[in-house]
Design a protein around this ligand. Structure first.
Ligand SMILES: [Zn+2]
Length: 435
């Protein structure tokens, strides 16, 4: 057993459902007990210290706030090298930057090195669970899961399905995409803390036959995810209309092939009609809100209030490399501004919820992760109140927890992450050199 002493903050419920004041738990001088990779207990140091069993190791984290590990509900591991690429919107971005970068993952050695860097970067930013696009190459998935498994992380990923409107070296076909996915599912799904996501890139790059087989996979293996893109960019939506004239709208393409439901996650969902919102909500599907990407690619403004009004589960995504930061604190900074532009205010506790328990609920993983309740995976992050001179100075002026949390999400990034724990083990420490 290991005890961590620090200020502790985690969400218990969606502030939208229970009100802000009942949505979180905070211990100014708290104790977090970890045993066998799980949270054993959480509470005030004053009440837990006297009853600690003898011989428990104790780490004191000064000037620090422990929060649950961040959850990233949409990111591409093969796009690390094209982050911060200039001058395009979605469709040209894919052609110019993304597809050439993804073609390199045919080489397993390249995939292995990229997976290693990518996961280290996630952990450096305090993200302990992510829903991840690989490439069309099965070896890209093997490389990713092998590295995630070595670190014992809770991760979800899958091979991209793409059998049309893509370069030759990035295309599968309906049958090979199905067969290769099946092999990967049997190899990785449910192994340790790994989960598999059936991953058609988006409607324009899959034939109806391929989408039909994606739906079949979901029915053949329980607990699989469906991970794709939806209604990100106006030119993309027009293209979907041309390719699928018989379908009512963009979401109807996926719905027709029975791809909606619990564990189906659609990235973006910016330009949706009421019927699309309604079907997303009714089916238990989730949408990943990716503010840094939506601004960077000029895609549009995500309407959180509208989606939640339809009962849609919403998680937060970085969408790196279209997104510009691995940091969920920076995603929240941009989310706040996206919502400001629409007259909505993102309360700091709601923001924390989106980056942790809300993401876990969007992924139907809240029985395992998302907060620090006893029994859950011990995935958590130590945030440093003194990470930068500016942050330290601003926090000295803060009179409430809410004010502190808000300053952390506006000014914080990877520099604010002092240490990251996964299954109770330290997997990143800022002052420890990377292996
Ligand atoms: Zn994406």
């Amino acid at each position: 057993m290991h005890a961590h002493r620090a200020a502790l903050l985690h969400c218990l419920a969606d502030p939208r459902e229970v009100g802000i004041e009942h949505s979180y738990q905070y211990f100014e001088d708290g104790l977090l007990l970890v045993e066998d990779g799980k949270i054993a207990q959480i509470g005030d140091a004053a009440s837990l210290l006297p009853i600690l069993p003898a011989g428990v190791k104790m780490t004191e984290h000064r000037d620090a706030l422990i929060v649950p590990g961040f959850v990233d509900t949409h990111i591409h591991y093969p796009q690390v090298d094209v982050i911060a690429s200039y001058g395009t919107q979605l469709l040209e971005w894919l052609e110019t930057y993304t597809f050439p970068a993804e073609a390199r993952f045919a080489d397993p050695e390249h995939a292995r090195a990229q997976a290693r860097f990518f996961l280290a970067e996630l952990l450096r930013n305090g993200t302990t669970t992510a829903l991840v696009f690989a490439t069309v190459h099965p070896q890209s998935v093997d490389a990713f899961f092998a590295e995630a498994s070595r670190l014992d992380l809770r991760m979800i990923a899958g091979k991209v399905l793409m059998d049309r409107n893509a370069p030759d070296d990035l295309r599968d076909d309906a049958a090979s995409g199905y067969d290769e996915s099946k092999t990967l599912i049997e190899r990785w799904h449910g192994k340790g803390r790994l989960h598999y996501a059936v991953t058609p890139r988006f409607a324009p790059t899959s034939t109806p036959e391929q989408l039909e087989l994606a739906g079949r996979l979901l029915r053949e293996y329980p607990g699989l995810y469906l991970h794709t893109h939806l209604s990100e960019n106006r030119a993309e939506i027009e293209w979907v209309k041309e390719l699928f004239p018989e379908r009512q709208h963009y979401l109807d393409v996926y719905d027709h092939h029975r791809l909606l439901g619990a564990r189906s996650v659609f990235a973006h969902g910016i330009h949706l009609c009421d019927d699309e919102c309604r079907r997303l909500g009714a089916s238990g599907s989730a949408v990943a809100f990716c503010p840094t990407s939506n601004l960077f690619l000029g895609s549009g403004l995500f309407d959180l209030a509208r989606l939640e009004g339809h009962g849609v589960r919403v998680g937060l995504g970085t969408d790196v490399g279209g997104g510009t930061s691995f940091s969920q604190l920076q995603s929240l900074n941009e989310a706040y501004k996206v919502l400001q532009l629409q007259g909505q205010q993102l309360d700091p506790f709601k923001a924390l919820y989106l980056a942790t328990l809300g993401g876990a609920r969007a992924l139907y993983l809240d029985e395992h992760i998302g907060n620090l309740q006893p029994g859950k995976d011990a995935d958590f992050v130590v945030l440093d109140y003194k990470a930068t001179p500016l942050l330290a100075r601003r926090l000295e002026q803060a009179r409430s927890l809410k004010e502190k949390l808000f300053a952390l999400m506006i000014l914080g990034d990877d520099r604010a992450v002092k240490e990251t724990f996964a299954a109770g083990r330290s997997v990143h420490r800022r002052d420890r050199p990377q292996p």
